[in-house]
Design a protein. Structure first.
Length: 105
């Protein structure tokens, strides 16, 4: 259990580090992370705020007689920006429905 928690902490730390470094290199700020004040900008976002930006994503799956239809909600501009700051391609999310076709519901 301690190893798992240690690994999770390392992932969160890496998430913060990569986004903060990307913002620093671009001499830019990230806005939209604070629900009460969407115009507030920061150069040092926390992993918690970054992950909370993705909490409204949904995956809907409908099973018909011979077919399963899946719908993944689109990314917001803020979510797309966070993925770009992490150096991840947008296809990592947009192609998720294709990946899920290979797994039973």
């Amino acid at each position: 259990m301690v190893r798992l928690l240690s690994l999770a902490l390392r992932v969160l730390t890496l998430l913060e580090f990569v986004v903060r470094r990307s913002l620093s290199q671009a001499q830019d700020q990230l806005t939209g992370l604070y629900p009460g004040n969407p115009n507030q900008a920061t150069t040092r976002p926390t992993a918690e705020r970054l992950l909370q930006a993705f909490d409204n994503l949904t995956l809907s799956s409908v099973e018909l007689s011979e077919q399963t239809i899946r719908y993944i909600s689109p990314l917001s501009p803020l979510q797309s920006r966070i993925l770009a700051l992490l150096g991840l391609p947008l296809s990592i999310y947009s192609e998720l429905d294709i990946i899920l076709e290979h797994y039973p519901p």
